[in-house]
Design a protein around this ligand. Structure first.
Ligand code: MF3
Ligand code: CO
Length: 256
């Protein structure tokens, strides 16, 4: 069942969304040569504490890993797709591309967003990967309207990415969001005809999150049981926003 939210509830999610935005903006500005992903984690912890928010990821149980996640950020560098773990050993270097994914709950309501940024000058392939991935999210956001269907979102991302010569990660998907980080429906970044294709209705809130590889789509998980990487070592990018269906079109909760 897809839980629909009232306007009042959506405004509570908005507060969580804007906090996630502020955190990502701050962390994104810190992404520089010589900074470790652990320093990013510490800054995000502090911002959540100061705002009186709970981290959404820290303590979140992921069955595939068989344990709870230990950090408030996922910091996935270069060939890392998702669930890269902050570490003082991971010092950023020019040319790296870094996906920052974070979420909070505030007053019981969740926000979740991600973005990928380059360190210094990045190569042309990486630049185009970031551009195309972000564009695919923007095009998908425009589909978040009453009367459209879930597959319109999935298909929009899939088409934009594949026509650009990049590939869609299939093992990780977007999701509904509300009083839980992950609610129905699952939102793959490709049309999966085995799934249902519900009509979008006012009050649904969707976390849309294209994960796109510059090479082949396949991923594997490292021995740490968390870090997902591209099998072929190619770059991966990730952008995510939470978007509500309203009577006035798409309402992106995770940006001003
Ligand atoms: N980044 C995932 C999402 O956007 C959730 C993180 S799983 C966690 O849905 F284990 F890191 F929490
Ligand atoms: Co998400």
């Amino acid at each position: 069942m897809i839980v629909r939210k009232t306007k009042t509830e959506i405004e509570k999610m908005r507060k969580a969304g804007l906090l996630v935005h502020d955190i990502l903006k701050k962390i994104g500005a810190m992404v520089q040569e010589g900074v470790s992903t652990w320093e990013l984690e510490l800054a995000a912890v502090k911002m959540m504490e100061d705002a009186g928010a709970k981290p959404a990821f820290k303590g979140y149980y992921v069955p595939a890993a068989g344990e709870r996640y230990k950090f408030v950020l996922c910091t996935s560098v270069n060939n890392e797709v998702v669930h890269g773990m902050p570490s003082p050993k991971r010092v950023l270097a020019p040319g790296d591309v870094v996906s920052i994914d974070t979420g909070v709950s505030l007053d019981g309501w969740y926000g979740d967003s991600a973005m990928t940024v380059g360190v210094g000058e990045i190569n042309d392939e990486a630049k185009r990967l970031l551009k195309v991935t972000e564009e695919s999210l923007e095009l998908a956001i425009d589909q978040v309207r009453e009367g459209r269907r879930l597959f319109d979102i999935c298909e929009t991302v899939e088409k934009h990415v594949t026509k650009s010569g990049f590939s869609i990660v299939r093992e990780y998907v977007g999701h509904g969001i509300g009083t839980q980080l992950h609610e129905e429906p699952q939102i793959p970044n490709y049309v999966d005809r085995r799934n249902e294709n519900p009509r979008l209705r006012e009050g649904m809130v969707l976390a849309i999150e294209p994960m796109v590889n510059s090479g082949r789509p396949e991923t594997r998980v490292l021995k740490d049981r968390w870090t997902a990487v591209t099998k072929d070592g190619s770059y991966s990018a990730h952008f995510e926003h939470c978007v509500a269906v309203t009577d006035n079109g798409p309402y992106v909760l995770t940006r001003p």
